[in-house]
Design a protein around this ligand. Structure first.
Ligand code: BES
Ligand code: MN
Ligand code: ZN
Length: 455
């Protein structure tokens, strides 16, 4: 999609609040569209409830209308919404681009995304660079969406690593891919325990983007990379496993964020790490009751093989901590059903060992309308993870499941500032929400980009 800053008299878009006009056949409800003689009126809903998120939702509905009618070009003369001009232009750009996302990879009969040009009045010229930056960030977000939507017969550890390399290597990101032998020699033994039940070789993917000050401690992003989670011997129901291609959502988000950062040539030091594997059943798979050893020497009592994500993350965050001595570790993971129970698909659940660090992440997320809620890191909950025979248990049981999962990971971050984002609900939607369609959202690519930019 191109944003031209040359206004034309075609398909002019105008805006109207609810019940603020004389027309009987047009109320002005949010997203309501009225089109006649090359002019289009878009309803924005009630004026006193209006904000930029609502504006994006209305634009998203306009985008769908235009796509349905094969309209490829629109023009916008003025901003009559009350939003400031920068928010107006950027929200318009984001919602039009996102509304055009359509995952049709597996359809023989694909409808191309036809929407092409937005002509804006010259008074919006000053935001040209901001729109360009946003388009690059969304390019990262769309990569994430594609990776997460693709099914596990196409995305498995090797192909995920390939995609990371193809997308990032030419942009100044050094992508290193380690296989089974290296994983073991690097001491990533707990990760390997989860991976060993699958015929697909695990891959440990390290993406380094070091374009900031020479000795400045980097931002470390760690993404859960279960390219399929059947649960292992603590097996899921067939319905529960059906969407588990999305269990690499965290790794999808960190790969997409690296693309957004690199495309925009941010002058920062960022490292992204993904421990990619499948959690399956076989004669070689780990079993409930096994006691395994992690990279930091701790023993993990495997209470439930379906609580596999935190085991892979234990070694991945530990590697990030000891190898990079980062200023901040942010891990993203489709970690617990409990996060969906608590916050649905609207808010990401978070936990931290450092409230200042969390505030930075929260500030970044608010700028880009991605919702995060901090759960209490109360020491009492840690007692749920205590094991009779090992140092720690991989499941804290049914109580406070998202907190105990986060606290398990905290054992491995070596006291570096750390923020955990449980995106089980927000990475992959069971129904459309806001400007996002069903399926992968690419959640927190924008947040991680903003965080890196402020770093
Ligand atoms: N990948 C799942 C969490 C999940 C569930 C993500 C539904 C998205 C949608 C994770 O590996 C898992 O199975 N967690 C268990 C943990 C439990 C056994 C302690 C869960 O939440 O049930
Ligand atoms: Mn699981
Ligand atoms: Zn999982």
């Amino acid at each position: 999609m191109k944003f031209n800053y040359r206004y034309k008299e075609i398909n002019q878009i105008n805006f109207a609040f609810k019940d603020k006009n004389e027309l009987e056949f047009f109320k002005g409800d949010k997203g309501e569209v009225l089109a006649f003689h090359g002019k289009i009126i878009l309803g924005l809903g009630e004026e006193d409830k209006f904000n930029k998120e609502i504006f994006k939702e209305a634009i998203c509905s306009l985008g769908k209308f235009l796509k349905d009618k094969d309209v490829k070009e629109i023009s916008i003369k003025e901003n009559s919404t009350g939003l400031d001009d920068k928010d107006f232009v950027l929200s318009l750009a984001e919602a039009l681009i996102v509304s055009s996302y359509d995952f049709n990879y597996y359809k023989s009969d694909k409808k191309e995304n036809l929407f092409e040009v937005v002509n804006l009045d010259e008074s919006f010229n000053e935001f040209e660079a901001d729109v360009d930056e946003l388009q690059k960030v969304l390019c990262g977000q769309f990569l994430t969406r594609d990776l997460v939507n693709l099914r596990s017969n196409d995305i498995y550890p090797e192909t995920l690593a390939q995609k990371a390399s193809e997308n990032l290597s030419d942009l100044g990101v050094k992508v290193t891919i380690y296989g089974k032998d290296e994983i073991l020699s690097m001491g990533l033994t707990a990760f390997y325990e989860v991976a060993k039940g699958s015929d697909k070789e695990p891959k440990f993917i390290v993406m380094e983007y070091f374009h900031g000050q020479k000795d400045k401690a980097p931002l470390a992003l760690v993404g859960k990379g279960l390219t399929y989670d059947a649960g292992g011997y603590s097996i899921k129901t067939s319905n529960g496993m059906k969407t588990m291609n999305s269990d690499m959502g965290g790794s999808g988000s960190v790969i997409g964020a690296m693309k957004a950062i690199a495309l925009n040539k941010l002058q920062v030091n960022v490292v992204a790490i993904v421990a990619a594997c499948e959690n399956l059943i076989s004669g070689r798979a780990y079993k409930p009751g096994d006691i395994i050893k992690a990279r930091n020497g701790m023993t993990i009592d495997v209470d439930n093989t379906d609580a596999e994500g935190r085991i892979t993350l234990a070694d991945a965050v530990n590697y990030a901590a000891t190898e990079y001595k980062p200023a901040l570790i942010v891990d993203l993971a489709t970690l617990t059903g409990a996060a969906i129970g608590a916050l649905g698909e609207t808010y990401t659940a978070s936990i931290t060992n450092n409230e200042e660090a969390f505030k930075k992440v929260l500030r970044a997320s608010k700028k880009v309308d991605e919702k995060i809620w901090l759960l209490p890191n109360d020491p009492f909950y840690k007692t749920y993870n205590e094991s009779e025979n090992g140092d720690v248990k991989n499941s804290g049981g049914p109580k406070a499941g998202s907190i105990t999962a986060g606290q398990f990971i905290e054992n491995f971050v070596e006291a570096y500032p750390w923020v955990h984002l449980d995106i089980a609900g927000t990475a992959y939607l069971s129904a459309p929400q806001g400007i996002n369609s069903k399926g992968a959202t690419g959640v927190h690519v924008k947040t991680l980009y903003e965080l890196a930019k402020e770093f």
